[in-house]
Structure formats: structure tokens, C-alpha cells
Design a protein. Structure first.
Length: 573
DNA sequence: GCCGTTTTCGGCCCGACTGTTTTCAGTCG
């Protein structure tokens, strides 16, 4: 079930889209779009708010405030219904086609009666766009390709997949002499959970040569656009990659610009304007004289705007600029602050590596502690038994001598059954150093059942961490239906940590849920759920997700010293 | 429609690229 805020955001965004199609005024749609985003990112639930509180939301004034109340009450608002009556819903769908915006969409509808993407596809095939003013042969071809791309792509890729492509391109282009600096930016640098386009930034004095090399790289299927400063290509896998080349002394300003997010950039550019300055990808300038102030690195640019450097993972216009201004921007968790991994597997169950191999690989990360948490018996396919588990514990204790700097913790990943009970009784569970408990079955329970189930598991004094709390698999499986507010309250009350699972297709809890849970005083465990030695490095995605949820080392139990962690694991007993 | 270190009107981020035009609108990020 979507949160009320999400419903309201969707309504405002749809209204903004319809306005952009039906009116000339470019500012009004933008207002609704901004208000929608503010509402979506607002921490409090709109359902319980009165008008005065609603008007405190940034970018929400009297007019939009009234409409928000209407949506909370009825699920929609009158003005939206009026616009919906004017054009078919499919026209809005057409502006999702790359290269086709609101202005062309309305011409297609008004002049040819084209009402959705399918109509448009037929019209293009039949050559009916030919006599339309403003639509030439190339536009027609671009629309044809845009429709194709929309139907096949639409699917954003996991951050880990984009990261691999970025590494490959950076390695090849970065080895060129005329490439002084190269880095990925965009949503990958912000470590969003999925990536639409890959953005690469290069510092070079020979832009044309670098872009030629890029455009003829082996991964390139087709060149989408190529100019003096920017080239866009489509890879064979269907991913768009944008390359921007700037002079080296503009690196910092360009990185800010290219990293985004777009709303974050707009916020800081507006700040610049108010200070009589102008910010673009070439630097921060005095508005009147055009004199350059700074450009070379990000810290300087932020500093001149009166801001501390803001980590890319927090640049989402979720209040980070305001927090930075008042000096309350949290010190985001860093990879270095992670002292151990509390959720990992071996080949005793479904892992690929032996206990010895996992420990050896983990010790390379310099961890102070490390937990082995193989699956418990009720996940029957794993064929776990009490004997096997106890034998593993013996083995772990023996291997401890080989790791003087890393305390080995013996744990397990329990299964939360339909009623919220777990595999073993208290006596057996007492033998573990740490217990993660997760849902692995009955994903389709009702919201009430699922919520009761997880809360019951958290009330078990031997359950320390709830693993991948919503169970979603990105692009594959929906999250389970949960009353998250109840779950977060119970986690705080029982002293149970919620996992931030760093496995790239889980990232569970996700950033927005973390922000929400954190306000309830919940503690978190940032883990990899590794099933192979190579998975241990997924901690980078877990930490990035934690940063996107504004977590600090104080919020994260595996960033604590072992003694403090052990106190937490006693759950107040 | 929102907002205020140019405060209750008059702005609203900024630049690159494309395509169809003859100087610019549309789209994108």
C-alpha cells in the first residue's frame, strides 16, 4: 500500500504533466512538480496533518495546500479531474518517450488525434507525421527509436551493473594521455538503487579526440548525440552513456553539475542567484561582471555558497541544503567506520565459499569482528541440523586463533514463520553470539498478519537483527505488505536492529524507509548477506544506502566497538 | 503557483544539442 504522501505526490505530478501539455505557462507546472516532490520526501504522514501543518511543507501554498487536503480526503482533486477529462491518459504516456515532450505531444493529439503510444507507433509506420508542421523526417525517426527504447528499456539497471560498465569505460578511456581526469557522476555517484543513464565526466584539453574515442568504443551500439562538449551513446546492452568533457580547472563545478540530482542543483543554483552569483558547470561566477570565483573542486564551490561539502549520496533535495545551512547535516556513515559484517553465509548452507575462505577474505577488510550466519533448519532446502550448526561453532572457535585482530562471532539467519516464531527455542538460541531473523516464505500475507508476524519476531529476546525487512528484490519481487510505522516503533521499543542489506538487488531497507525509521530511534545493521567472498565488497552499496538514509555511525550497530555491540545484543537483559 | 538578504510583485537554474528554421523552440539532464 502506498503511503498517503506517495498518493498525493502522484496526483500533483500528474497534474503538473497535464498542465505542461495543456498550457503555455511553464512555471505553473513546475510549481506542482516541486510541491509533489516536497510532499513525497516529507517525513511526516500527510494523513494526520491539519491545514496549518500542510502549509509548512516547502513549495506548498494556499492553492496546492487545499488540493492536498482534497487528495487525502478523496484520493484525487477536482482540478485534476477537469484536466483528465480534456485529454486521454495515453497522451501523458507519450511524453515518456525520449525526445518527445509536452509540446509535440499536444500537437500530435490535436492535429492527428493520436491518443497513446500505440496510436503514435501506427501513425509513424503509416507516415502520417509527414505533413505536420515542426515534424521532419528526423523527428519521425527519433520518435520511432524513442518508442523502441521506451518499450525495451524502461527497465533501469542495478547500481552494481552500471558500476561494472563504468569501471570498464573508465579503464579504457582513462588510459589515454589526453584524459587528465575521469570519473563517473550522475545517479551512480549518488548511488541510487537503480540507474537509468550512466554519466561520465572527463577533464581534457582535447575534447574532440576523447569523444571520438568514446563514440567508437566497442560497447557502443549507436550515437545518440555528439557535439563539442558532450556525446551520448547507446550501448549494446541498451544503456545510455553520456560523456561530458570539461577543462581541468572546471572539474569541481562540472562534477557538481553532472552528479546532480537535478533538484539539488536547482536548489544551490537558486542560492547562488540570491547571492548575486551564477553557478553552472564551468564554475561559480559573479552574476554582473561574469568574473570566475571558483570552479576547481567541489569543496570550494560549496564553501563559496556558504555550505559544507555535501556527500553525493545526500544530494537529493531532501532537506540536505537546509540542514547544511543550519549546521545540522549529519556526519554520514563511511565505509571505514564499519567494524564488521553481521550477515554472511558459507557453503554449509547456500554460500559458495568455505568458512575458511570467507574468514580470510573478510580479514582483508580490516574488520574488528565478523559474524557467520548460515541458514537455520526451517528453510528446509538448506538441510541444516543442530549437529551441523554446533560443529560449525566448534570450527569457528578453533579458527579464532588465526585472527588475533578480528573477533569471530557465531550466528545464524533464522526463519520467521507465519506466526512470527523462529527455528529454535531460547536455550539453543542462547548459544549464538548474534541472530539475524528474516522472512523467507509466505510473502503474500495480509498487512496485519505480516506486521504482527515481524513484531512478534522482534519481541523474541534472541532476535537481534531483522534481515532484509521488506523482502523486495529490485525489478523482480515487490516488498511485503507491512505497516512500517508499527514495525519501526516495535524495533525501537524492543531494541532490535533493522538491516540495511547491501546486496545490490535488495538494498533493503531502502533509503526512504531508513530516513523514516531513523526518526523513530531505530538502530540499524549494515550487512552484505554475502554468499561468496566477492560479495563482501557489497558493503559499499550498503554504506551508500545508509548514507542516503542519513545514518551516522551512532545509528549503526556494526559501526560500534565490540563491547558496545555486545551490550546491544543482550537486548536489555 | 510559490516565494522573499532585490519581501507582497516579478521573478522563477542553466547550458548543450537537435531539428527545422532563417533566429529559435523543444527537449534533456
Amino acid at each position: 500500500m502506498p503511503r498517503t504522501n506517495d498518493t498525493v505526490e502522484a496526483a500533483l505530478t500528474e497534474y503538473a504533466d497535464l498542465l505542461s501539455i495543456l498550457t503555455e505557462d511553464p512555471y505553473k507546472p513546475r510549481s506542482y512538480e516541486k510541491a509533489g516532490r516536497s510532499v513525497g520526501g516529507y517525513p511526516d504522514d500527510l494523513a494526520g496533518m491539519d491545514r496549518k501543518q500542510i502549509l509548512k511543507i516547502p513549495n506548498v501554498g494556499a492553492s496546492i495546500g487545499e488540493k492536498i487536503e482534497e487528495v487525502v480526503r478523496t484520493g484525487t482533486f477536482e482540478a485534476l479531474e477537469e484536466l483528465r477529462a480534456q485529454i486521454p491518459p495515453g497522451v501523458r504516456g507519450m511524453i515518456a518517450i525520449p525526445g518527445l515532450g509536452p509540446k509535440k505531444a499536444i500537437v500530435l493529439y490535436r492535429d492527428l488525434g493520436i491518443a497513446d503510444v500505440e496510436d503514435l507507433r501506427r501513425a509513424v509506420d503509416e507516415g502520417r507525421l509527414a505533413d505536420l508542421k515542426g515534424f521532419g523526417a528526423k523527428t519521425e525517426e527519433n520518435i520511432r527509436r524513442g518508442i523502441e527504447r521506451l518499450s525495451q528499456s524502461g527497465q533501469r539497471v542495478l547500481a552494481s551493473v552500471a558500476m561494472d560498465l563504468a569501471s570498464e569505460l573508465i579503464e579504457r578511456l582513462g588510459s589515454r594521455r589526453d584524459v587528465r581526469k575521469i570519473a563517473y557522476a550522475g545517479s551512480l555517484r549518488r548511488m541510487a538503487e537503480t540507474i537509468g543513464d550512466l554519466d561520465l565526466l572527463v577533464a581534457s584539453d582535447r575534447a574532440a579526440a576523447v569523444m571520438d574515442a568514446f563514440a567508437s568504443d566497442r560497447v557502443v551500439e549507436r550515437i545518440v548525440a555528439k557535439g563539442e562538449a558532450k556525446t551520448s551513446v547507446l550501448t549494446r546492452q541498451g544503456m545510455q552513456v553520456d560523456l561530458r568533457v570539461v577543462p581541468r580547472d572546471a572539474w569541481g563545478a562540472a562534477m557538481i553539475y553532472f552528479t546532480g540530482s537535478k533538484p539539488h542543483n536547482i536548489r544551490i543554483r537558486e542560492m547562488a542567484v540570491r547571492k548575486g552569483l551564477k553557478l553552472n558547470e564551468y564554475g561559480l561566477f559573479k552574476a554582473k561582471s561574469g568574473d570566475l570565483i571558483v570552479a576547481e573542486n567541489e569543496e570550494e564551490v560549496y564553501a563559496q555558497l556558504g555550505l559544507p561539502w555535501i556527500p553525493p549520496t545526500m544530494r537529493e533535495d531532501r532537506g540536505e541544503v537546509e540542514a547544511a545551512l543550519e549546521g545540522s547535516l549529519p556526519d554520514a556513515l563511511t565505509r571505514k567506520q564499519i567494524r564488521g559484517d553481521l550477515h554472511t553465509h558459507t557453503n554449509l548452507t547456500d554460500g559458495l565459499a568455505t568458512l575458511e575462505q570467507m574468514l580470510e577474505a573478510a580479514s582483508a577488510f580490516g574488520y574488528a569482528y565478523y559474524a557467520v550466519t548460515d541458514h537455520a533448519p526451517n528453510l528446509f532446502m538448506q538441510r541444516m541440523t543442530d549437529e551441523k550448526m554446533l560443529a560449525q561453532r566448534e570450527q569457528v572457535r578453533k579458527l579464532q586463533d588465526g585472527y588475533p585482530k578480528m573477533t569471530l562471532l557465531h550466528g545464524t539467519e533464522l526463519n520467521i514463520d507465519g506466526e512470527g516464531n523462529v527455528d529454535w527455542d531460547a536455550e539453543f538460541l542462547d548459544g549464538f553470539d548474534v541472530c539475524v531473523a528474516s522472512v523467507h516464505s509466505l510473502f503474500n500475507q495480509s498487512k496485519d498478519e505480516m506486521t504482527r508476524r515481524i513484531v512478534h519476531a522482534m519481541e523474541n529476546p534472541n532476535v537481534h537483527v531483522i534481515g532484509h525487512p521488506t523482502g523486495r528484490i529490485i525489478n523482480k519481487r515487490e516488498p511485503v505488505d507491512l505497516d512500517l510505522d508499527e514495525v519501526f516503533k516495535a524495533a525501537a521499543r524492543t531494541g532490535t536492529a533493522l538491516e540495511v542489506n547491501g546486496y545490490p538487488d535488495r538494498l533493503d531497507l531502502k533509503d526512504e524507509h531508513i530516513l523514516w525509521a531513523r526518526r523513530h530511534g531505530v538502530k540499524f545493521s549494515v550487512d552484505t548477506d554475502s554468499h561468496a567472498t566477492t560479495h563482501l565488497d557489497h558493503m559499499r552499496f550498503g554504506v551508500a544506502t545508509a548514507q542516503r538514509g542519513w545514518l551516522t555511525k551512532d545509528d549503526v550497530i556494526n559501526a560500534w566497538p565490540l563491547s558496545k555491540l555486545k551490550t546491544f545484543l543482550r537486548k536489555g537483559r
